[in-house]
Design a protein around this ligand. Structure first.
Ligand SMILES: Cc1cc2nc3c(=O)[nH]c(=O)nc-3n(C[C@H](O)[C@H](O)[C@H](O)COP(=O)(O)OP(=O)(O)OC[C@H]3O[C@@H](n4cnc5c(N)ncnc54)[C@H](O)[C@@H]3O)c2cc1C
Length: 262
């Protein structure tokens, strides 16, 4: 069975702080990490490989050359090979352009059974790239996957997370599944695999290696533009309601109503 896992290198947003004087983001010294949902996606592929040695896992990422570091971490966790889609022409891509490049990269890898992606990346936060890849490859997708089972006849029974429960969906491979954190607990890199991961070659593909042109990727091809980015206003100080429980509750109710929270 051939599995592809889409992985993105992201800044660790838990480490990003706001400069109180300028109101801008402090990015210095912020480490880059494997996007958390993608770690769940990879873990699921690795569990399938643990159960069946015939499973082959390829991790695919679109990003700058430094994304190689994260791809090596994925191989140190147990992925078999890594592909980096990297080209100046990809710079400034929005989700449409990003998924064009990733879908074209996946097409160069031949047949596959399952593509895993994360539900969402913690920097862009759109949750659009996975579904767009499936559309461009013409395969079914199930998002918010919190559990699944593969049957003999290429059937996949998926438990899809909903706000107030879950739904069961039956699909056939090839399929794209997007992982949520409830799916599993990602493993650490294996000591014996770390050395091997640093000796393995990472396949780097540029725009000329893919069946796409500059009409499909990059800033110019992107239907959306980031017009302005700014730090959100700081939260104002809280208000203490120092009254008897009943009056305090009534005043709180008034505050919530005035802000249209209820
Ligand atoms: C106009 C515009 C310009 C932009 N310019 C830039 C720019 O110059 N530089 C820049 O870094 N970003 C840029 N971005 C952000 C970029 O579009 C997003 O980072 C990218 O499209 C992925 O979207 P997302 O982060 O919301 O991922 P989501 O859709 O939230 O990710 C879902 C899943 O898709 C997969 N995935 C997402 N991105 C990748 C990837 N690159 N490789 C492999 N798998 C992936 C992962 O499995 C991930 O968990 C720009 C965005 C816009 C709208």
């Amino acid at each position: 069975m051939k599995i592809i896992v889409c992985v993105k290198q992201v800044p660790d947003t838990t480490e990003v702080k706001i400069n109180k004087e300028t109101g801008t983001l402090i990015r210095d010294g912020v480490p880059s990490i494997l996007n958390p949902d993608d770690a769940n996606a990879l873990e699921e592929a690795l569990r399938m490989k643990d159960a069946n040695k015939d499973v082959h896992i390829t991790v695919v990422s679109m990003g700058p050359p430094q994304a190689e570091e994260m791809l090596r971490e994925c191989m140190a966790m147990g992925a078999d090979e890594a592909v980096l889609l990297s080209d100046r022409a990809f710079g400034g891509s929005d989700t449409w352009s990003t998924s064009n490049a990733i879908a074209a990269g996946i097409k160069t890898l031949g047949e596959f059974d399952i593509i895993f992606a994360g539900r969402q990346a913690i920097d862009g936060d759109t949750a659009q790239v996975g579904p767009q890849i499936s559309e461009k490859l013409g395969i079914p997708q199930v998002t918010y996957v919190q559990n699944f089972e593969i049957k003999e006849n290429k059937e996949v029974i998926v438990q899809r997370q909903l706000e107030d429960g879950h739904e069961m969906i039956k699909v056939k491979t090839p399929v794209l599944l997007t992982a949520v954190k409830e799916l599993n607990q990602p493993r650490y890199m294996a000591l014996d695999k770390i050395f091997e991961a640093y000796t393995k070659e990472i396949k780097v593909l540029g725009i000329n290696d893919l069946d796409i042109t500059t009409d499909d990727v990059g800033l110019k091809a992107s239907p959306t533009r980031v017009f302005r980015s700014f730090s959100p206003d700081m939260k104002t100080a809280g208000v203490m309601i120092d009254k008897a429980p009943k009056e305090a509750a009534l005043e709180l109710l008034g505050h919530l109503k005035s802000k249209h929270f209820i």
